[in-house]
Ligand binder design. Structure first.
Ligand code: ADP
Ligand code: MG
Length: 468
């Protein structure tokens, strides 16, 4: 185990508890700069990050480090220092290869390495934006839950701009949407290095557009986006409510589409259910291929763990692998996080994992429903956000369907997940009668039997709830 791997393991844990934006903002370009027997120094890119990490995250980082090092680290400090270039051009937090032994004299660090100094970065450049080479089809495990999305993605690669245009992939967090989008990009580049591929998150598109407007560079912006062969847009749901960006995206979309250029979009939900998305965009998104990705079943989870072990060149006994796949059921990202944790822990202790040693490490990965104590207020806020309605309206008297239905969903989840009594559900929902809560629960139960969209909505709400 080297410092890179230790830091990867810490980041892996932090990533699970933070929003993506927060995680990227504060942990981008951080690394272990120095490690002595009980003290560790984290290299950070600037003073601002240093101050922020000191104030907000020291406790969490230290806890995680201690867990991974059997409490040997007692002290944590930060130093402003630029991160040595990543040797493989892997993304931000990848571990380096070919490390050099640490110059530290202490025995304890005999197996630690300093991060690699400089090296040429081998990134696949696609204009200004880069694809991550590790997200390819070879490393993507196909199961029932994603076979449609996978097949469609392959069809897109066989014939970009063909019948699956646009391809719209949707599903909950950590289920492989970004992986598929990037795999398409990587595959097409591999087939033809001259293909102009642009991978952007919706956030990036929005910021680019706003930046272009501000600096009077709208022509350049249009040129950049409208002249590509393949446009991959990740997490389009964030376009909700941004009218100017929607308008611009609509025109970008049309231009590319008319020229038979391929467009692939991902979202956490189907087009129709993205709040405040213009109808004309909904209908554009729906005119191609819609494919969902769901949670992997047990067998697929085992297969994914197998591949990840292979990638990491680490072997695990069957029973341990099965245990991980049983305990972590939510999504692939968490599955990977759990595996990293197990590996890091044992590499550090220099022991082989056994079922007994693995169980306590994974105790925090409980099945979703018992994972956390969710409060009614958190649930109400999550549902209100999901449907893009105001909390007061959700709790209010109006019986409009757009409010009444989400309200019934809240009642259903409160009963199902939180085991709340009907009278208390009524109380939480703005002082309603317990019979209202009973009725709501029955109604949603009945609808769930055949309404797949509702099943999907509730699944996503739960995921968001437990990701809080
Ligand atoms: P999303 O974009 O849907 O939130 P990601 O594509 O970022 O999810 O996936 C999260 C992690 O799980 C990534 O490291 C990805 O490589 C991995 N992953 C997801 N699905 C699969 C799969 N079917 N096979 C292998 N790895 C997967
Ligand atoms: Mg993603």
């Amino acid at each position: 185990m080297n410092t890179n791997e230790l830091w990867q393991a810490v980041l892996g844990e932090l990533e699970l508890s933070l929003s993506k934006a927060n995680f990227t903002t504060w942990f981008k370009n951080t690394f272990i700069s120095d490690l002595e027997e009980h003290a560790i120094t984290i290299g950070v890119p600037n003073m601002f990050t240093k101050a922020w990490l000191e104030k907000k995250y020291t406790k969490e980082i230290l806890r995680s480090l201690q867990e991974l090092t059997k409490n040997s680290i007692k002290q944590l400090s930060y130093r402003v220092q630029s991160r040595p270039t990543n040797p493989q051009g892997m993304p931000l937090f990848e571990k380096g290869t070919n490390p050099e032994p640490s110059p530290s004299p202490s025995n304890q660090q005999a197996s630690y390495y300093q991060p690699q100094q400089t090296h040429e970065v081998k990134e696949i450049r696609t204009g200004e934006f880069s694809l991550n080479g590790k997200y390819c089809f070879e490393t993507f495990i196909v199961g029932k839950q994603n076979e449609l999305a996978h097949a469609a993605a392959q069809a897109v690669c066989a014939q970009p701009g063909g019948i699956y245009n646009p391809l719209f992939i949707y599903g909950g967090v950590g289920l492989g949407k970004t992986h598929i989008l990037q795999a398409i990009g990587n595959e097409l580049i591999r087939k033809n290095a001259n293909t102009k591929i642009l991978y952007v998150t919706c956030e990036r598109f929005t910021n680019d557009f706003i930046g272009a407007l501000r600096s009077n560079r709208i022509v350049e912006f249009k040129n950049r986006y409208r002249t590509v062969d393949v446009l991959l847009v990740d997490d389009i749901q964030f376009i909700t409510g941004k009218e100017g960006t929607q308008e611009e995206f609509f025109h970008t979309f049309n231009q590319l589409y008319q020229n038979n250029k391929q467009i692939v979009i991902s979202s956490d939900r189907p087009p129709k259910t993205i709040p405040a998305l213009e109808d004309r965009l909904v209908s554009r998104f729906e005119c191609g291929m819609l494919a969902d990705v769901g949670s992997p079943d047990f067998e697929t989870r085992c297969a994914i763990l197998d591949t990840k072990c292979l990638e990491k060149q680490y072997s695990l006994e069957r029973d341990i692998l099965h245990h991980i796949a049983t305990v972590v059921q939510t999504n692939v990202r968490e599955l990977e996080g759990a595996l990293n944790k197990v590996i890091a822990f044992h590499q550090f202790k220099n022991t082989r994992p056994t079922l007994e040693s693995v169980k306590p490490i994974l105790s925090s990965f409980q099945p979703t429903s018992t994972k956390k104590n969710i409060t009614p207020k958190q649930l109400i806020i999550t549902v209100a956000n999901y449907f893009d309605i105001h909390m007061d309206d959700l709790l209010g008297k109006s019986r409009q369907k757009r409010l009444a239905f989400p309200r019934q969903i809240v009642m259903y989840i409160m009963r199902e997940e939180m085991k709340a009594s009907y009278p208390s559900i009524g109380m939480e929902l703005g002082g309603r009668d317990h019979t209202t809560a009973m009725h709501a629960y029955d109604k949603i139960m009945t609808c769930l039997l055949e309404d797949e969209k509702l099943q999907h909505d509730i699944e996503l709400i739960k995921q968001k709830l437990y990701a809080l």
